[in-house]
Design a binder for this molecule. Structure first.
Ligand code: ADP
Ligand code: MG
Length: 619
């Protein structure tokens, strides 16, 4: 009796429920279907993971051209076509078996992975959670092979004429895994992840041609001509690409005799002793971001996430960025395959380095060196006066700048003046305008040499100081619109405006709520009268991240700076001689003429001496 009650209580516990109320069952081995869905979940998290695996297969297969066509954010259909080596007809079905790979034979191979794939899981995983059509023809075979695999089962196969290469069409992703479907974001968000992925791979493989369409519309393409900078422009746009610096390789580390790497055998090869190569692009300090999302890392051609590596890059900007701002970067690290373990996770987006400190150190040094080499030389470097031109304290930290921590300063770091030092703003001498170059810069001559003035930055500074002075005396001139304008703002912008209405109205705007997210604009500041009233109001409220560091100073100063930025003359605007002369006169009258309100230089000064030295007239 006692025994019986014990055992029944025991059984109760086993088949009853746990704390969350889920049924607990006896141990048994999962059915192959369930097991493969679980395994698939680790590889295929969302549409972009499918694109990633298929692109990696195409790259491993030696494709020169990779065409990605996406529909419905990838949920409805993803098609990746390549012109690589293809799969022999007899092996095609095997490619869909779990742990089937042509890239790895023995366990020892895991220590020297040179392909992107090696686990033999991607096709099996994708096919387990979607409906796949696979067409492939290997080089040298007359006919191609077509397979249909649904939910992991091959439902049709036939021989078919096809060009050499492979075309994988993945439809109705997660049609049999409703739980996963629920976790997907909007089509636009999934699409954005795919865009990020394809463009990053295009950057990593500039010698391959990539083409991406969404719902039949071209979203991105690269030429495949090997020009990485051209690809960078295609990805970021010219304006942003211009603010990126190409990484300059480190010289061979002195005394490195090739521990784990290649020792230079001739004077020709500048290979570093540790066999590490670092290439890519990093942003100038003027192009900062509010998070680390713009740091992309490739290790041996593989896109990886590595917070310590990202940190190494951020650290290299030490003192050059405001607190809370991050650089943008695409960094390609190449090192001997035995130096990295890529077999960390099924998605293969994490790696372990055999000598992590060596890798992080090399990345950080390369980034730092590149930055320092490109920053303006001290004589023509503008003082980072930011918002407080009147302060003149040597050696006092500027609020908002990251402070020098315990990080050991290397020699290169010592080459620049500590960034956290304020200099007195130097007034400008009288300048004579010589002309305009590149429809962006004014060339002027002063008693002490040549000045190259950025017309937009200079005008921003002029407007800003005038506006600030007017605001300080509570007399911002305002221009009444001939007809009031109703502006409908996005909800979050409307909310901010409602909160800051008084502030905005003190700055020359006359705005009143007009129901819902609508506002009625009756007047705008005179300085912004050239702008469309809706645009003027919008720029005042919204921090459009134009790659500028956030402004220090009061909310009022921030609003003023934003309005001035959008009201200022732009690059590309032709200026008459009189306009240029007037602008230079106004700049001379500024308290801090040498920087724009964001701290970027308004001008580059080449002294008479520097010119003479450059021309070899001085020793
Ligand atoms: P892995 O890439 O890890 O080997 P996959 O499941 O992604 O595993 O692919 C299985 C195998 O199918 C690969 O090893 C390769 O031989 C073959 N394969 C898949 N896609 C392609 C392709 N686009 N071109 C050539 N071969 C391919
Ligand atoms: Mg693969």
């Amino acid at each position: 009796m006692l025994l019986a009650s014990c055992s029944s209580r025991y059984r109760y516990a086993r088949i009853g429920s746990n704390r969350e109320g889920t049924a607990i069952m006896p141990i048994r081995i999962l059915s192959p279907d369930v097991a493969s869905q679980i395994a698939a979940g680790e590889v295929v998290e969302r549409p972009a993971s499918v694109v990633k695996e298929l692109i990696e297969n195409a790259l491993d297969g030696g494709a020169r051209t990779i065409i990605v066509d996406v529909e419905g954010g990838g949920r409805r259909r993803i098609r990746v076509a390549d012109d690589g080596i293809g799969i022999p007809a007899a092996e095609a079905a095997l490619a869909f078996a779990r742990h089937a790979t042509s890239k790895l034979a023995a366990a020892a191979d895991l220590e020297r992975i040179t392909t992107l794939g090696f686990r033999g899981e991607a096709l099996a995983s994708i096919a387990a959670v979607s409906q796949v059509q696979f067409v492939t023809r290997a080089a040298g075979e007359v006919a191609g092979m077509r397979l249909r695999v649904e939910g992991g089962r091959t439902v049709a196969r036939d021989s078919i004429g096809a060009p050499q290469g492979t075309v994988v069409t993945v439809e109705n992703l997660f049609y049999n895994v409703p739980a996963r479907l629920k976790f997907l974001k909007t089509d636009a968000a999934e699409r954005a992840r795919i865009d990020a992925l394809v463009t990053r791979y295009a950057l990593a493989y500039p010698e391959r041609r990539f083409r991406l369409t969404h719902d039949g519309r071209l979203a991105f393409q690269s030429s495949g001509d090997g020009d990485r900078y051209a690809t960078l422009i295609a990805v970021l746009g010219l304006d942003t690409a211009r603010q990126m610096l190409a990484l300059t390789p480190l010289p061979p580390s002195p005394g490195a005799s090739g521990e784990g790497g290649v020792a230079p055998t001739s004077g020709l090869s500048p290979a570093r002793g540790d066999g590490i190569e670092i290439a890519g692009y990093i942003s100038l300090p003027s192009l900062s971001r509010s998070n680390r999302g713009q740091i992309t890392l490739f290790v041996n051609g593989r896109w990886v996430q590595d917070s310590r590596l990202s940190y190494a890059i951020v650290e290299a900007y030490h003192g050059l960025l405001m607190v809370g701002r991050y650089p943008a970067a695409v960094v390609f690290i190449t090192l001997p395959p035995e130096e990295v373990d890529v077999n960390v996770h099924p998605a293969k987006t994490e790696v372990r380095f055999r000598r992590p400190d060596m890798v992080f150190g090399a990345v950080q040094k390369t980034v730092r060196r590149t930055l320092l080499a490109h920053l303006p030389v001290p004589e023509i470097r503008p003082a980072p006066t930011w918002e407080r031109p009147q302060i003149s304290v040597e050696g006092e930290p500027v609020p908002g700048f990251s402070q020098a921590g315990s990080v050991e300063r290397d020699r290169e770091e010592a080459e620049i003046a500590p960034p956290s030092t304020l200099h007195a703003p130097q007034p400008l001498p009288l300048l004579r305008v010589v002309g305009q170059v590149g429809v962006a810069y004014i060339i002027a001559e002063g008693p002490d040499g040549m000045y190259l003035i950025d017309q937009h930055a200079a005008h921003e500074r002029i407007l800003y100081e005038r506006f600030m002075a007017a605001a300080a005396s509570r007399a911002v001139p305002s221009q009444t619109l001939l007809e009031p304008v109703v502006v409908d703002l996005p909800p979050e912008v409307a909310a901010t405006l409602a909160e800051e209405l008084d502030l905005i109205c003190g700055l020359g705007f006359s705005v009143e709520p007009f129901g819902g997210t609508n506002f009625l604009v009756r007047a705008v500041p005179v300085l912004a009268a050239r702008l469309d009233p809706a645009q003027a109001l919008y720029t005042a409220i919204v921090d459009v991240d134009m790659g500028e560091p956030p402004l220090a100073g009061t909310r009022e100063a921030q609003i003023i700076a934003r309005v001035c930025k959008s009201a200022a003359v732009k690059a590309g605007q032709v200026l008459s001689a009189a306009e240029m002369q007037a602008m230079v006169r106004q700049l001379e009258a500024c308290a801090a003429p040498r920087t724009c309100p964001h701290g970027r230089p308004t001008m580059i000064h080449l002294s008479t001496e520097q010119l003479a030295r450059q021309f070899g007239r001085l020793g």
